[in-house]
Design a protein around this ligand. Structure first.
Ligand SMILES: Cc1cc2nc3c(=O)[nH]c(=O)nc-3n(C[C@H](O)[C@H](O)[C@H](O)COP(=O)(O)OP(=O)(O)OC[C@H]3O[C@@H](n4cnc5c(N)ncnc54)[C@H](O)[C@@H]3O)c2cc1C
Length: 357
């Protein structure tokens, strides 16, 4: 903290270091700028519990996700470059094995495979029958990528700490002052402050009027000793390789919730679903939960405040932070540095009227 205080003047003050704060600080530094990241490591982060999957095809109708042909190659390069900088293998390309949970899902897969197939492939259900029940057959999604988010975020944090670019503290907006040169907070002066503090932005007086719609999700960490850990498996749940023979098993999407804690209801449902799917033994070793900074439009909030251009936000990543965060963090830094446009569906400009009130 004392060393960090020596950095009195920076280009960017970045609030939060989940996925988005990691990428904003990465691109700010890559642009040759200075930054200070303020993150409260004791506040829960969605990025801590996410499985880290970028799946190009999702949902009951097995359709391609928004702009995935743009986001996927961008993300693959970005995560690979960041991993190289950390000297860590944070990104794996894996396929998703679909264990169709119903006749309807089997038919959806067949339809997409015949009509709009880019990422889909047929496979042999018999390859999975030693481990799983496959009454409705199987399919496969290719070009999925899986990111070791914990390794990435803690590795990047350590690099920021080594370079005195990180302060572990709870940011309080009451301590923020807008100045002629930008903003000041405690000992730090910055040209710009960028908020990427997940659901905490819902309380931020500059951005609380944005249509946030937080969404709770849970996962079990399960030991499944006999399950091959080279693929991701998807049924009514997703099973993602975590570490060695541990798998991340989730999730749910709760729009109404009392708290952010793991619930017995979720655990019971997942254990029942696992027993219905797996022929092999499993053992639950942990249960985690988090709140996704989702929003009603399912499009991110990216840009500078229309009345206070020293204050910006990159948020609202919802269920797709892994694919959206690198792309839009890059756009926001480029916007601040060169004035280049932000994608209109993500730009804060669409909320100009309500933010100016
Ligand atoms: C169960 C679950 C599974 C998921 N799986 C996937 C997946 O497979 N793929 C995918 O793309 N997305 C997934 N997501 C969504 C993904 O986690 C989010 O989109 C993403 O993590 C959002 O990142 P963020 O940086 O905006 O927010 P966060 O990760 O919440 O980070 C916000 C940061 O701000 C800090 N902070 C908050 N308040 C303050 C304060 N006052 N002062 C200082 N710091 C503060 C927090 O400590 C945190 O570090 C999943 C989410 C959940 C809950």
């Amino acid at each position: 903290m004392d060393q960090a205080k020596a950095h009195k003047k920076v280009d960017y003050l970045i609030i939060g270091q989940g996925l988005v704060g990691t990428w904003l600080s990465y691109y700010a530094l890559k642009a040759g700028k200075t930054c200070m990241v303020v993150n409260d490591s004791h506040t829960a982060a969605a990025s801590q519990v996410a499985s880290g999957v970028i799946n190009p095809v999702t949902g009951r109708r097995i359709v391609q996700t928004w702009m995935i042909d743009t986001f996927l190659p961008f993300a693959l390069k970005a995560y690979t470059d960041l991993g190289a900088q950390l000297n860590a293998n944070i990104v794996k390309e894996a396929s998703v094995v679909l264990i169709h949970p119903s006749l309807q899902m089997q038919e959806s897969f067949e339809y997409r495979y015949e009509h709009e197939n880019v990422y889909l492939q047929k496979n042999n259900a018999s390859d999975f029958e030693a481990c799983m029940y496959t009454p409705f057959g199987t399919g496969q999604i290719n070009q999925t990528i899986w990111i070791d988010l914990n390794l990435m975020i803690t590795g990047w944090r350590q690099q920021l700490i080594n370079n005195t670019q990180y302060i572990d503290a709870k940011f309080d907006i009451a301590d923020l002052q807008i100045t002629n040169e930008g903003v000041s907070w405690n000992e730090i002066q910055a040209n710009q402050i960028l908020f990427c503090d997940g659901i905490a932005s819902m309380e931020n007086p500059y951005f609380k009027m944005l249509p946030f719609a937080p969404n709770k999700g849970e996962a079990l960490i399960v030991e499944i000793k006999d399950l091959p850990n080279q693929a991701i498996y998807k049924n009514n749940m997703t099973i993602v390789p975590w570490k060695d023979q541990l798998f991340w098993v989730g999730s749910n999407y709760e729009w109404e919730f009392k708290d952010a804690n793991p619930s017995m209801d979720f655990r019971n449902k997942m254990e029942t679903a696992l027993r219905q799917l797996l022929k092999i033994p499993f053992n639950v070793v942990d249960h985690i939960a988090g709140i996704r900074p989702a929003n009603q439009e399912r499009r991110p909030f990216v840009g500078l405040h229309p009345s206070y251009p020293a204050i910006g936000i990159c948020n609202g990543m919802g269920t797709k932070g892994c694919s959206l965060a690198p792309y839009f963090a890059h756009q926001l830094i480029a916007h601040c540095e060169q004035g280049s446009p932000i994608h209109p569906e993500a730009s804060l400009e669409r909320f100009e009227q309500i933010l100016k009130k």
